[in-house]
Design a protein around this ligand. Structure first.
Ligand SMILES: NC(=O)c1ccc[n+]([C@@H]2O[C@H](COP(=O)([O-])OP(=O)(O)OC[C@H]3O[C@@H](n4cnc5c(N)ncnc54)[C@H](O)[C@@H]3O)[C@@H](O)[C@H]2O)c1
Length: 296
């Protein structure tokens, strides 16, 4: 069963560029009214105008997801304009090089930036919207993690019947982690899985579904920056074909499909999208019993 999203409302964080931008567009095409926020003012303005042209209502706020007052501001504005919130997409993310051997001062600053955005941002937005979702009888939360720990080779994560073998050649297990130069990125993203599972369990009775996406390399502002990818426009399509990066639009279509599952849809899943595999929502996993049985 799928439900219509027409007239629903959602918050998408980090919507100025990249995958969040694609999430916002895909939801707008479904008729979802949106609050978007970001720290990139000009790009935020641009996407707000595009969403407005699609014909939905848009609330756009310059806000840093790691700052509690900014988070409260976005959610308060959303509630006063739309009356409630049906969907939160906690997408805003950032990357900085951080290593086990870094000194304490650099590490302190990296913590604020990377964990502040990638983990605290998800935590704060969740805390801010959950009371409103409960008050309105339910909702959906989708947290954006990464494939560094949960990917095609991980048991119970990848379950397309017709998926080809893990493109990394070891299936399972595949090597995990983003490498030695992103310990805080990996730690913050991994921690999102804890929130997703815990919230899915805690909020099941309140009709709130909580899932995560843990995709691999997806074409975006961040990925292009990370790889210093700035090709001659004539070469771009050929290079992208060679790399096989996933398209943000395809991931966004999966988000729409997930939300359209409606009240009976899945919850507590960390949904993987991996290079070399079809980009589509995998079949639902069996409901983990721990989600619905109280711990004794
Ligand atoms: N692109 C990939 O390959 C990939 C893979 C796995 C997970 N992800 C995750 O997907 C999400 C989107 O990433 P992307 O690749 O589109 O990156 P991106 O850099 O292209 O877009 C991220 C957006 O978040 C915004 N942002 C960053 N810090 C913020 C903050 N403190 N407050 C508000 N907004 C902030 C940025 O300005 C930008 O608009 C991130 O959480 C990222 O970690 C990306």
């Amino acid at each position: 069963m799928t439900v219509s999203l027409e007239g629903k409302s959602a918050i998408v964080t980090g919507a100025a560029v990249g995958i969040g931008n694609a999430f916002a567009r895909a939801l707008a095409i479904q008729g979802v009214n949106l609050s978007i926020c970001d720290i990139r003012g000009d790009d935020l303005q641009e996407i707000a105008e595009t969403l407005d042209q699609i014909g939905i209502e848009v609330e756009s706020t310059l806000a840093d997801v790691s700052v509690p007052a900014d988070v409260r501001g976005v959610v308060d504005k959303h509630i006063s304009r739309f009356g409630g919130i049906d969907l939160l997409v906690s997408n805003a993310g950032t990357w900085a090089q951080s290593e086990a051997t870094d000194d304490l001062d650099k590490s302190d600053a990296d913590w604020d930036k990377v964990v502040g955005t990638n983990f605290a941002g998800v935590f704060l937005f969740g805390r801010a919207v959950i009371p409103h979702m409960i008050a309105h009888g339910g909702g959906n939360i989708v947290n954006i993690a990464t494939d560094h720990f949960c990917t095609c080779g991980s048991p119970n994560v990848w379950n397309h019947d017709d998926a080809p073998d893990c493109p990394h050649g070891i299936n399972p297990p595949r090597p995990v982690g983003g490498g030695s130069i992103m310990d805080l990125y990996d730690a913050g993203k991994s921690a999102i899985n804890g929130l997703t599972l815990s919230w899915a369990k805690a909020l099941h009775e309140q009709n709130i579904r909580v899932n995560a996406f843990c995709m691999g390399a997806t074409d975006s502002h961040m990925l292009r920056g990370f790889n210093n990818f700035d090709p001659d426009p004539a070469e771009e399509a050929k290079l992208l074909e060679e790399f096989g990066w996933m398209k943000a639009e395809d991931i966004a279509d999966c988000l729409v499909e997930l939300v359209k599952e409606g009240e009976e849809g899945r919850s507590g899943e960390n949904i993987g999208f991996a290079l070399g595999h079809p980009v589509r929502l995998p079949k639902r996993q069996p409901i983990p019993t721990f989600m619905y049985e109280p711990l004794s």
